[in-house]
Design a binder for this molecule. Structure first.
Ligand SMILES: *Cc1c(COP(=O)(O)O)cnc(C)c1O
Length: 364
């Protein structure tokens, strides 16, 4: 049996370091924010090459609080990909704003910059590209549109820790990047966690207030804020794992290279990497017209796989009541019917990769 993702293996590898880090927090007496969270924020900001990092409760809050800090509210519109995890859309809806979907480029599965201008209206405030599957979105044309039209850019980096765009790590290309440390991500905690990186000191300051009841000084509340703080135990675990992120991403890269060569002459549509992209390979997503049959064949052979994502946000019951400002998203619908994620992770062995590829080849 080859699991889609082994969440236990990383903690076996780092058990002693993680136990020590957790014990340090327990004996410190600091259980909300404090030095461990600040140390992680400093280290992650340095890793991303960005001056500011603000730790929050999860990736959805990282997106939602940043949109709030950008003054997105009722009546505003935010441009989002038509194919993404629903969190990207929910963050917009939680502000009372309208998510306006833009279809992806079918080679990268990321938002197609050429389709963005047509979706902009006088109510548009923010463009929210997602670095889906760990593949950086094409940021330069998006940033150029935002500059020309007076919009802000918030990137959803939940799947892309350590990925590079044109040689530079994600974290400070746009106005802000929202990160999730959900356990299955490339940089994952032992529970929920999230953060925002930004070059904008004012935005960072607003986020620090919003995550902590709208307060800078205890019992002084300047705005109606939230309770969404990165937990110090999770921060301590993340500091341990951040030191291993590059080597774990390198293992993912090697696995992707093996899949790409072993599956090259099959009818599957494989991920394509533009020359300006260094993906974090959060997922290895293939396309096949008979996707459900392929998944059944893998299951029978004991190979785990998942679909990211089977139902686009605009097809979810959650959005049935929302009057969306578009007719249809045929590309998102097609991708939802054809994508399949093969096992991927730093602890997948070379033998396992060979076995997965052989099983896929047998089907194809
Ligand atoms: C995981 C994920 C999120 C949400 O992160 P949580 O920490 O689970 O709230 C947001 N966007 C994308 C693209 C994700 O993959």
């Amino acid at each position: 049996m080859i699991p889609f993702l082994d969440l236990h293996a990383p903690h076996v590898e780092l058990r002693d370091e993680i136990d020590t880090a957790i014990a340090r927090v327990v004996s410190s007496g600091w259980y909300i924010l404090g030095p461990e969270v600040e140390a992680f924020e400093t280290e992650y900001a340095a890793y991303c090459g960005t001056p500011h990092c603000v730790g929050v409760g999860n990736g959805l809050d990282a997106l939602h609080l940043t949109l709030r800090a950008m003054d997105v509210g009722v009546g505003d519109e935010v441009i989002v990909p038509s194919n993404t995890y629903i969190a990207t859309w929910l963050a917009v809806s939680q502000c009372g704003a309208l998510p306006v979907p833009v279809e992806p480029d079918t080679t990268t599965h990321n938002i197609d910059p050429a389709r963005i201008e047509a979706a902009i209206t006088p109510r548009t405030k923010v463009i929210l590209p997602v670095h889906l599957y760990g593949h950086p979105a094409d940021l330069d044309p998006i940033l150029a549109i935002a500059r020309r039209r007076g919009l802000r850019v918030l990137e959803d980096g939940a799947q892309a820790h350590g990925a590079r765009y044109r040689g530079q790590r994600l974290g400070g290309h746009g106005d802000a990047v929202a990160w999730s440390f959900y356990p299955g991500k490339n940089l994952g905690a032992l529970g929920d966690g999230g953060a925002v990186t930004t070059r904008d000191a004012t935005l960072a300051e607003r986020l620090r207030m919003l995550r902590n009841y709208g307060s800078r000084e205890k019992y002084v509340n300047e705005v109606q804020g939230y309770n969404s703080r990165l937990d110090p135990i999770q921060a301590a675990v993340l500091r341990v794992k951040l030191a291993h992120l590059d080597s774990w991403n390198a293992r993912r890269r090697a696995i992707a290279a093996r899949y790409l060569s072993d599956l090259a002459d099959t009818p599957l549509i494989l991920p394509q990497v533009p020359d300006w992209a260094e993906p974090a390979w959060h997922l290895f997503v293939v396309r096949h017209a008979r996707r459900d049959e392929l998944q059944r064949a893998l299951t029978v052979a004991g190979v785990g796989s998942l679909i990211h994502y089977p139902i686009p946000p605009f097809r979810q019951a959650a959005y049935r009541q929302t009057r969306l400002a578009f007719d249809a998203c045929p590309i998102a619908d097609t991708l939802a019917g054809e994508v399949l994620s093969l096992p991927m992770g730093p602890h997948l062995s070379a033998e396992q990769v060979t076995q997965v590829a052989a099983t896929v080849r047998q089907f194809a």
